[in-house]
Ligand binder design. Sequence first.
Ligand code: PBE
Length: 292
Amino acid sequence: MKKLLALVATLTLVFSLAACGGGDDGEFAENPEIVGIESGAGIMAATNTAIEEYGLEMELLTSSGPAMVSALGDAIENEEWIVVTGWSPHYKFANYDLKYLEDSKGVYGDVENLHTIARSGLRSDDPKLTTFLEDFYMTSNELGGLMGDIASSDDDTLEVARTWASNNEDVWSEWFPAGGLDGEDEEIEIAYVNWAEGVAMTHLVQALLIDEANYSVELTMADAGPIFSGVSDGSIDFFLDAWLPVTHESYEETYGEDYEDLGFNFEGARIGLVVPTYVDIDSIAELNDYVN
Ligand code: PBE
């Protein structure tokens, strides 16, 4: 009986191996989809282009940044194959062993920067705040540390940002103009999308503007489209998470004349399709070989 079971097991193994590379039972058979995020994200548009350009037989699932990370975590726990729309900076690379799939067609562009964009009137209304925002800049280690603290804590995000700020005064003190910044209780509207890097940067700036500069700060979470349009029509003061020149190119084309780009706050960002390292392929072009 044992021998028979062993034989069956061996045959099953042989058949499953044979199935890889185009059989009916590909490794993505359970999940023949790319786990995406919010529909307004540039990476979603890029992924639809990738599906066309590479002729991928996979659906793109619309979800959210946090839901994508939890789908990734669940799949990794079960060692299942999964492919997600991924980007860096992001704490998922610190928590899991992941890799970008090679993009030989260059659909996802090259490395890019995160920019701060502000409503056109902000500079004349509040030149010192504008200078602060121009000087706001984080290195990969700084932002990665803050994002990691937020991801691993159950505390309120603003409180985590406050704690980070109190431990990193040398980082942020340089952003304040000589003579300091006093908002005199002025109300500032900041918008952000539920993307980990933007959540982190936005709550840090909120903490600093409240605690160190006497502003009253309103945060609004929204999708990227309404945010770009809000910064253009002046209902939002600024947004810290504009990915340029590639990911948010279409928003820049539509709204770029109507807001002020205050320059980059982070260098070396990247988007693409991301898989756990145990997923045995290296490129987007290979995906179809493992779909049933
Ligand atoms: N992201 C994170 C965004 C920009 C920030 C890569 C998911 C996007 O694709 O629009």
